[in-house]
Design a protein around this ligand. Structure first.
Ligand code: BG6
Length: 299
């Protein structure tokens, strides 16, 4: 990817292009309301800080910053399937959107206005069609708004057959300690425990972490809050167009098994993912769109 071509097409005050790691091409947006950095690989949000410059998201020290590889941390897009492929273990986990090269199609708003954002696009290609035989267009809008990072992923069916997707905006949040962090807002909500053969269980009270947690919350309420974030502020996630929320922390053994995750890093992150997963997969008819979105704010 040619940084100078991007610079001359999209460069303006508050918009910069840089190369990170091996070969990642990254667009960084900076306004009075905060900063966001997004890699074209996966249209992956790597970093977000609000106006106070405090980091909200977590990125592993061991993340692969390489085109074609998933990035551990930030906000991977899981699409068109969430988790392992339903019947082909050779296919990439969490789908191919997060390891595909997206196109930057436009800058939204201005440095000095109320918002600054970027819009990305991914369409079917010979390689996507080998993994998933449908014609599609994805549009992803990432915007820094006053007090919030706003994400919107729109799936369009461009073919002549209906398809079904599962998906997630797989946000990794930085926390002070997993031993004291909690997630509020899911009291009384049922979840599928991915660590107990998808057994259906009931959440009582807030979510606390004292072991590996890997859950798909069903019919999750639109708002949840993380307590114990890095900045000390509560983080609110307001989801749109999603039926589920996934909460994940790998804990000790799984952390040690993941090559792109430090052994002790489970202490400093948790994932709260705006999702349509498990029974909440979405059918999209030819010519139709489906949108999922999240607004992340430090309160
Ligand atoms: C979560 C899943 O969404 O993502 C977990 O619920 C999974 O089961 C985790 O381990 C990380 O997935 P990956 O493919 O990025 O290692």
């Amino acid at each position: 990817m040619d940084l100078s071509a991007l610079e001359s097409r999209f460069g303006q005050r508050g918009v910069q292009f840089e190369r990170l790691g091996e070969d990642l091409c990254v667009v960084r947006l900076h306004s009075e309301h905060g900063t966001v950095a997004i890699a074209l690989n996966g249209a992956h949000v790597l970093e977000y800080c609000g106006a106070d410059s405090k980091a909200v998201l977590w990125l592993s020290e061991k993340a692969n910053l390489e085109n074609g590889k998933p990035i551990r941390g930030g906000i991977p897009i899981c699409w068109p399937w969430f988790g392992p492929h339903p019947d082909d273990s050779e296919q990439p986990a969490h789908g191919f959107a997060r390891i595909s090269q997206w196109e930057l199609v436009g800058i939204l708003g201005e440095h000095c206005g109320g918002e600054l954002g970027a819009e990305f696009r991914l369409t079917d290609s010979p390689s996507s069609l080998r993994m998933w035989p449908y014609s599609f267009e994805l549009r992803y809008r990432v915007r820094v708004l006053p007090g919030a990072l706003d994400l919107e992923l729109v799936t369009s069916n461009q073919g002549d057959r209906a398809f079904r997707i599962s998906e997630a905006l797989h946000s990794y949040f930085g926390i002070q300690s997993i031993h004291s962090a909690t997630v509020d807002g899911l009291d009384g909500v049922h979840y599928l425990d991915q660590l107990a053969g998808m057994e259906r269980k009931l959440q009582t009270g807030n979510i606390q972490f004292d072991r590996e947690v890997d859950r798909i919350y069903l019919d999750a309420p639109s708002k949840a809050r993380i307590n114990g974030s890095l900045s000390g502020k509560q983080i609110e996630i307001e989801s749109r167009g999603s039926g589920s929320a996934v909460v994940w922390n790998p804990w000790i053994d799984k952390a040690m098994r993941m090559p792109d995750f430090g052994d002790d890093e489970y202490l400093e992150m948790l994932c709260y993912e705006t999702a349509n997963a498990g029974p909440h997969s979405i059918a999209v008819d030819p010519g139709q769109d489906h949108a999922i979105g999240a607004s992340i704010r430090a309160l």
